[in-house]
Design a protein around this ligand. Structure first.
Ligand SMILES: [Zn+2]
Length: 218
């Protein structure tokens, strides 16, 4: 099968559009190296691209994406840990000033966990990966009278909080947070409306991001 033509088309459009405007910036970044101030840990969901949501220019965001924007706890052992390596790179090598965990609505990973969907195969990766969400589910508590959709939203937001808790288990990052060199934030993107909520550190509530754009179409 040939290289996807949609990608060729997209690249053409990038070359004649954005690259024209950003060419100097790309050259500069190639020479000086990247120094993004913000690291975003998001979900692989194709609808939730941090660079698009935050209208980021090249070199501005260090992005790591995985199934359900999960940060595993700090666990130095003989295994390779991709997310932890990215965190180490962002925090230690690049000294980012902000780490944002970006959750979102209609997250398939969170829903799979909530519905206890069958793993793809007995030796699958997703099932084991999603188990990292267990503390978030515990904090969310039983579904009770909540609708399925409401329960999933709570779980998606608790999962962001759980990732923030796990970030604090990384000693170098914790040190940075305590010294005020780096700040941790939680955010939540509503796929249907495009609304961004930001987690209030004191209360844990997710509140609308300040914005004076057009109202959201619900
Ligand atoms: Zn997701």
């Amino acid at each position: 099968m040939p290289f996807p033509s949609r990608l060729i088309e997209g690249y053409r459009s990038f070359r004649t559009g954005r690259l024209q405007r950003e060419q100097d910036r790309y050259r500069e970044l190639a020479e000086s190296g990247q120094s993004p101030a913000v690291m975003v840990i998001g979900c692989i969901d194709s609808r939730v691209s941090p660079e698009v949501i935050f209208d980021a220019r090249p070199g501005e965001l260090l992005v790591v994406r995985n199934v359900a924007n999960i940060v595993p706890p700090y666990q130095p052992d003989e295994h390779a840990h991709g997310v932890s390596a990215a965190i180490e790179f962002g925090v230690v090598a690049l000294a980012v000033k902000h780490v944002v965990v970006l959750g979102h609505g209609q997250c398939g990973g969170v829903r799979a966990f909530a519905d206890e969907a069958e793993p793809l195969t007995p030796g699958d990766f997703i099932g084991k990966w999603m188990r990292l969400m267990a503390p978030a589910a515990e904090k969310t508590g039983p579904r009770g009278t909540l609708s399925h959709a409401e329960y999933l939203t709570r779980l998606e937001q608790a999962n962001v909080a759980n990732s923030l808790d796990n970030l604090m288990t990384f000693p170098r990052l914790r040190e940075g947070v305590e010294d005020g060199r780096v700040a941790l934030h939680g955010a939540y993107f509503g796929v249907a409306t495009g609304e961004l909520l930001i987690r209030d550190e004191a209360t844990g509530a997710f509140l609308p991001a300040a914005g004076d754009g057009a109202p959201f179409r619900r």
